[in-house]
Ligand binder design. Structure first.
Ligand SMILES: Nc1ncnc2c1ncn2[C@@H]1O[C@H](COP(=O)(O)OP(=O)(O)OP(=O)(O)O)[C@@H](O)[C@H]1O
Ligand SMILES: [Mg+2]
Length: 430
């Protein structure tokens, strides 16, 4: 059953020849107490008009109204532009039709028909109430859909962050592994050296106690000396100590490198700092470069032209994330070897960083899609296509802009501009 049929109340209808007096009397009956209007239908039951309480009042309010008009047929007074809808029409469509045609103030209800014949009367107010309820249900559905969307977007951002984090961790782990490897080797060598020294020392201790012993013979002493000589055979002590010194230097260097990377990681993520702080974009460039070192080395020569910059208020870890993505994209766009030119500069209103590579470039038809979420030209597992869309969002939330120019076969240049003045509001990217 269509939803509209539920509104049909089978109220009596008039015939066009019924008199105005008969109509007035009918409207006085208690069962019609709430009816605003009634249908006028012909012998076949087809609605031909509507007569409302309002119209009756108009007639009877006239001077001698009842005497002059009471005996006249309703067809002379009824409204012939009837408000009739087919009972099978969808609710929303019927409501739109009725609201477009109803009178103000509301003085008529509407006729419901079935196959063109009178079925009953429906109350406009009930219909509007039902529509309002449906709309608020729709709004609730929309709100639910919206919050689902927002949360899946947050999940996406999160998964991109996790992917970026995974990449970064892999890079940094690799970076740490190299110095860690030789620090390990060196310690192993020092351990062997110390073990040998220990043996020689023990030999000397034995020699000392033999010399002091009143019962020791010359043979005993000679044996001690011979065993010490055996242990020292082939050893060049001055070379040994020089090597040891070198080993310590190398080890310290390795440990320093590791600690530099760890500090770099901390700076990069700014874990110990407020979500927004005063930083120079140059610091962000250095932080992100340190983290990208593993991706860039061997294939990309980095050239820096960093001008003095004023500090700006921003979420440094987010800006680092943007730069890391730009550096990574550049490295991935360079097939064999190439250059990455990073420039920073400022004017009265903005600070700028440009990241330019000599990579494969981006075809014109792809340029407008690169900031779309999931747009990627990289093989599955290598790119999620979220890097630039998230970068775009981060820069936008900082009140800045990110632009790109590219030529296929020559390279690509991204320019990020951030306002020198403090942005009005800066909400963190989920
Ligand atoms: N420097 C660049 N040179 C050439 N193409 C680029 C460059 N930067 C971005 N692109 C193109 O834009 C696409 C989208 O970049 P985006 O950083 O959003 O995603 P991705 O690098 O593919 O994946 P993800 O960043 O999630 O690992 C890339 O797949 C690539 O086709
Ligand atoms: Mg990327």
């Amino acid at each position: 059953m269509s939803a509209l049929r539920a509104f049909a109340v089978p109220l009596p209808a008039f015939h066009p020849d019924d008199t105005i007096n008969a109509v007035a009397e009918r409207f006085l009956q208690p069962d019609l107490a709430k009816a605003l209007s009634l249908a006028v239908v012909d012998a076949e039951g087809v609605p031909v008009g509507m007569i409302s309480r309002h119209q009756l009042n108009d007639i009877f309010m006239k001077k001698f109204g009842r005497d002059l008009f009471g005996a006249r047929p309703v067809r002379d007074f009824m409204r012939t532009e009837i408000l009739a809808v087919d009972a099978d029409r969808p609710l929303a469509e019927a409501a739109a039709f009725i609201t477009a045609h109803m009178q103000f103030p509301l003085s008529e209800d509407f006729i419901l028909t079935e196959n063109g014949r009178y079925l009953g009367m429906g109350a406009v107010l009930h219909l509007l109430g039902a529509m309002e309820q449906q709309m608020s249900r729709n709004v609730a559905d929309l709100n639910r859909a919206y919050s689902q969307l927002a949360s899946s977007q947050a999940q996406l951002v999160q998964s991109e962050k996790m992917a970026a984090l995974g990449q970064m961790v892999a890079g940094v782990a690799h970076e740490i592994n190299t110095p860690l490897g030789y620090v390990n080797n060196n310690i192993e060598m020092v351990r062997e050296f110390v073990a040998q020294m220990q043996l020689i020392l023990q030999g000397h201790e034995l020699l000392a106690s033999t010399l002091l012993s009143p019962t020791a013979t010359d043979v005993d002493i000679a044996e001690c000396l011979a065993s010490i000589d055996d242990m020292k055979a082939g050893l060049d002590f001055s070379q040994w100590f020089a090597d040891l010194d070198q080993l310590f230097n190398d080890t310290f260097y390795g440990v320093e490198q590791i600690s530099e990377l760890v500090t770099g990681l901390k700076d990069f993520s700014r874990l110990d700092q407020a979500p927004t702080d005063n930083v120079s974009l140059n610091e962000c460039v250095e932080s992100a470069l340190l983290i990208a070192r593993n991706t860039l080395k061997y294939k990309v020569e980095v050239l820096k032209r960093l001008e003095d910059l004023p500090k700006i208020r921003c979420a440094a870890s987010q800006i680092n994330q943007v730069l890391l993505n730009l550096f990574t994209n550049a490295a991935q766009a360079i097939r064999d070897t190439g250059y990455l030119l990073i420039k920073t500069w400022t004017d009265d209103r903005w600070v700028y960083v440009s990241v330019q590579d000599t990579g494969c470039g981006i075809p014109r038809e792809s340029l407008r899609r690169i900031f779309d979420p999931f747009y990627t030209t990289k093989p599955v597992g290598e790119g999620t296509g979220l890097g630039l869309s998230i970068s775009f969002k981060i820069i936008q939330q900082h009140g800045g802009a990110i632009r790109v120019a590219s030529e296929v076969g020559k390279g690509t240049r991204f320019v990020v501009s951030l306002p020198r003045t403090e942005p009005v509001s800066l909400s963190a990217v989920a």
